[in-house]
Design a binder for this molecule. Structure first.
Ligand SMILES: [Zn+2]
Length: 74
């Protein structure tokens, strides 16, 4: 995992945001924003508060975009 900014991801202050490409999406998750599943093999976004990687959550790309534009995730 590298730390270069990803131009496809909207940043959110205080959070680390990374893309999970389809080839690395090896198990299903539930998106915290919409409550719908993110299937294995579906590229998505993972984000966590800086210094709190155990709080990382997996998001749909569009759900993350909405949250980041809003400026908060809850
Ligand atoms: Zn979602």
């Amino acid at each position: 995992m590298h730390d270069a900014a990803d131009p496809f991801l909207l940043p959110l202050e205080g959070y680390v945001v990374r893309r999970v490409p389809a080839v690395r999406a090896d198990k299903p998750y539930t998106c915290p924003a919409c409550g719908n599943p993110i299937g294995a093999g579906e590229g998505h976004v993972v984000a966590w508060p800086e210094e709190e990687v155990e709080l990382r959550r997996h998001w749909h790309h569009h759900c993350w975009r909405i949250a980041a534009r809003r400026g908060r995730i809850a």
